[in-house]
Ligand binder design. Structure first.
Ligand code: ADP
Ligand code: ASP
Ligand code: MG
Length: 815
């Protein structure tokens, strides 16, 4: 004997009913078959609304008519596909059942309430009709069918809406029924009967449980649960798109998964089949050939001990506190005795003895009953002030990670916490150890879907995800996107995913539909109508719970740089090629660094000095490992490196500057380069990195240009005036040349933090001697690197090298 159960998702329309009939037919060829059916998808929800809303005759009857029409349409459609289908006969039963419901509704309206004993009759009509329809489909195919009445045969105890089956007694009853071996057995799921032979139901989603019970009663050798997914996944595949199918799991693991929210199985399904050792297979009606998931008595291998991430919603947490909890053992036993007497399910408990507090979580729908029970039980303690008011927090969810003996495994809890931490999701309570196979965490309901995705990714996919918010799509921003797109395959191989949540310039914003796909961002950006400003950005950031979220500032905007503390406080890492923040006041600089430290976020700015050259990280490495700086000297400006190289070749200052501008090496107004201020800013950043507490004004700057050049904003006028400096410069160059030296524009940091930027005469032995043509060079004379310094040399400007520096900062977030 084989038991097959088909859920509502497998019976959603005429085509699916007939597909189920085909599966039954196929299976019946090799074995006797018993089939348990749910109501067609959504029907139960719909019937529940009849009794949940206010009692209103017209509204209730209207709903019943609508439900009836759904069934009539369903059988009409079946008839269209399967002309032999016993349509008329089925229609008569449907009408009879709905007339019965209408009579019940009239009664409800008369007594102005719907007694609990009546509710199961209404909400289980879907199951009754599924069986009638399937019986007539099978009959039209000439199969003999035996219908088992669950009210008569499955004896249950408990409440009308959430009963438990007495398997021993039910088995005895079913044993007595004579069933022809050739017949296909059909039974409505979800339904059972109490001692008084009243119809009761087994809790929402209870058809799985009906199937397990019937499998035990019939001594079936397997129980197949047919649904709309390929089996049990490591998380709900409707929410986590990369959830993995589990080939097989143990009864214990299946029990934990379903108890903590894997809706694919009703939580009570496993216990009976585990007891009778019946293997259970979860199969997909939409993909008959998939192997499914086998649930049986087996232990997981060591390396595959993790099984899933699940969640429960609509959770409330009660906190009881007060001095009487000092004697916690006695009080706790009273709390849970009264709750269990009223059949209240307590999902999770945490206790803090030192604070005289106990927390427990239940479903929100039980709040009123619990309040009533506890207030009654602890009336005296509350009056005497020994117990404080009950505190209730609503709108919570419980995220659970399930794995065999999970609590004994290293690292899992810490990985969960860090994954939630990375997405700034606060943990409200934790329970580990109530079962050895589950770690449960209470968080706000609004965070649950993101939390599930993140924790699943961390534990199962082992993919490292970065969520980037790019602001600035000038040369550097664009080059960065190009480089990331080009590296996609490489990053995939390394299990790294960079998702761009937004791409923005100073005016508008693009939300990427597929954040990992950068193929069409430029076209999409062009047509995007979303406005961008700091207010909009901040609002957006507040609502963001993606893990490893990073602001990428590829602008030179001062206002944006003033927001970094704000970004970091909202849980973002900040990566910037913009020098404004690091050259702002020392106070602001320190504030950013401290906030980043406090919030455990990264603030990276490798490209602030020397573009793509690994300057900041090298310096940090030296200092972190105990080296100390004696002196720093560097050529830090690409344009000045070019210009001074040309001077050496005998070209005049004005001509060399013109050429540099033509080649795009200078700022739009070359006086910005020649003033030396940009080099001074880089020196300031390096000096602060070393630990010197200085401001920009503390740096001695020898500008190439006399003071009066500030007036010449017009480029033509500027070049005209620059000619006036040519002679004095060529004299200076010649003087140096006669001594075998060259001139370089050099930034210096001395041991005590004294900083300067000025033109220096450099001799052949100096590493800066050969630095020209736009190259940068940085020489670190340190305790370890002397007398020959550590030298970093290479192009220190340009979109591609700067973008690659930002890119490597981005990867430092996860590596
Ligand atoms: P049925 O109508 O067949 O009983 P349900 O909707 O009750 O179907 O259960 C199947 C659904 O369970 C799936 O569509 C899926 O969204 C959900 N689900 C939740 N957790 C899991 C999981 N871990 N593995 C598979 N499915 C899951
Ligand atoms: N139809 C019932 C429900 O939706 C039982 C089931 O589908 O398992 O809860
Ligand atoms: Mg179900």
């Amino acid at each position: 004997m084989k038991l097959l159960k088909f859920g509502g998702t497998s019976l959603a329309n005429a085509k699916k009913f007939l597909c189920v009939a085909d599966i039954i037919e196929k299976k019946a060829k090799s074995d006797q078959i018993a089939v348990v059916l749910s109501a067609p998808a959504k029907i139960t929800n719909y019937l529940v609304t009849i009794i949940e809303n206010d009692i209103n005759n017209d509204e209730m009857l209207e709903k019943i008519d609508l439900a009836e029409n759904i069934f009539i349409k369903l059988i009409k459609d079946i008839k269209k596909i399967e002309p032999c289908f016993l349509y008329k006969k089925t229609k008569e039963v449907i009408e009879k059942e709905f007339n019965k419901l209408k009579k019940i509704v009239n009664g409800i309206v008369l007594i102005k309430q719907c007694p609990e004993s009546i509710q199961p009759i209404i909400i289980s009509r879907g199951e009754i009709l599924s069986v009638v329809i399937m019986k007539n489909i099978l009959k039209s195919k000439s199969y003999d069918v035996t219908i088992l009445n669950p009210v008569k045969n499955l004896l249950s105890t408990g409440s009308y809406l959430d009963s438990t089956v007495d398997i021993h007694e039910s088995k005895n009853r079913i044993k007595k029924i004579k069933i022809n071996q050739k017949n296909i057995i059909l039974m409505a799921g979800f339904i059972a009967g109490n001692k008084k032979e009243e119809l009761v139901v087994l809790g929402r989603n209870g058809s799985d449980y009906s199937a397990a019970v019937l499998a035990c009663c019939l001594n079936a050798n397997s129980c197949e649960i047919w649904t709309d997914v390929d089996g049990v996944f490591t998380s709900d595949p409707r929410i986590v798109s990369n959830a993995c199918l589990l080939e097989s799991i143990s009864y214990q693991e299946a029990m934990e998964l379903s108890y903590f929210g894997a809706k694919v199985l009703h939580p009570r399904t496993i216990e009976p089949i585990a007891h009778f050792q019946i293997p259970c297979i979860i199969k997909n009606t939409n993909n008959i050939n998939s192997k499914g998931t086998l649930i049986c008595q087996k232990n997981s291998s060591e390396e595959n001990f993790l099984k899933g991430v699940t969640y429960l919603e609509n959770i409330a947490m009660f906190t009881m506190s007060g001095s009487c909890l000092k004697d916690s053992g006695r009080i706790i036993s009273r709390i849970f005795t009264v709750l269990s007497r009223e059949r209240i399910k307590v999902i999770l408990i945490t206790q803090s003895s030192s604070e005289n507090k106990i927390n427990f979580c239940t479903l929100e729908k039980s709040i009123d009953v619990i309040l009533l029970i506890l207030k009654k039980e602890f009336l005296l303690e509350m009056k005497e002030g020994l117990l404080n008011h009950l505190n209730i927090v609503k709108n919570l969810s419980i995220l659970s990670v399930i794995g065999s003996n999970i609590i004994y495994k290293n690292n899992i809890a810490s990985k969960i916490f860090s994954s939630l931490g990375c997405s700034k999701i606060n943990i409200i309570a934790i329970a580990q150890g109530s079962s050895e196979h589950t770690i449960s965490i209470v968080i706000k309901k609004e965070n649950i879907l993101q939390a599930i995705k993140n924790v699943h990714n961390t534990l199962f996919i082992k993919k490292k995800i970065i969520n980037a918010f790019l602001i600035g799509i000038g040369g550097v921003g664009k080059a960065l996107l190009k480089q990331i797109l080009k590296q996609k395959k490489f990053l995939d191989q390394k299990n790294i995913k960079i998702k761009f949540r937004i791409i923005a310039n100073s005016q508008k914003l693009l939300f990427l539909k597929n954040p990992s796909n950068l193929n069409n961002w430029e076209d999409d950006f062009k047509i995007s109508k979303e406005k961008f400003n700091l207010k909009i950005l901040n609002k957006l950031l507040q609502r963001n719970y993606h893990e490893n979220s990073v602001i990428l500032d590829c602008t030179s905007d001062e206002l944006l740089s003033k927001q970094y503390i704000n970004f970091i406080s909202h849980g973002f890492h900040v990566i910037t090629s913009n020098k404004k923040a690091n050259t702002d006041s020392l106070k602001y600089y320190n504030e950013i660094k401290n906030t980043a430290l406090q919030k455990n976020k990264k603030f990276l700015y490798e490209t602030n000095v020397g573009a793509g050259l690994p300057v900041i990280s090298t310096l940090q490495n030296l200092l972190n490992t105990g080296d100390s700086l004696i002196r720093f000297k560097g050529v830090l400006s690409g344009s000045l490196s070019f210009i001074f190289g040309k001077l050496e070749e005998g070209i005049s200052l004005s001509e060399a500057t013109k050429e540099a501008k033509k080649l795009g090496f200078t700022e739009p107004n070359p006086s910005d380069d020649l003033s030396g201020i940009d080099v001074a800013r880089k020196i300031l950043i390096l000096a602060r990195e070393i630990g010197y507490k200085i401001e920009l004004k503390d740096i001695e700057i020898e500008s190439i240009l006399p003071e009066k050049f500030k007036k010449y904003q017009n480029t033509e006028e500027f070049f005209l005036k620059l000619k006036e400096l040519d002679l004095s410069f060529s004299n200076r160059i010649n003087k140096a040349r006669n001594l075998g030296n060259v001139l370089r524009f050099v930034g210096t940091i001395e041991k005590e933090g004294k900083c300067s930027v000025k033109i220096e005469e450099i001799n052949k032995k100096n590493p800066l001697y050969k630095v020209k043509n736009g190259e940068n060079a940085l020489t670190f004379y340190t305790k370890y690197y002397q007398p020959i310094p550590l030298v970093l040399r290479g192009y220190g400007a340009g979109n591609d090298v700067t973008a690659s520096g930002v890119f490597s900062d981005l990867l430092r977030i996860i590596l």
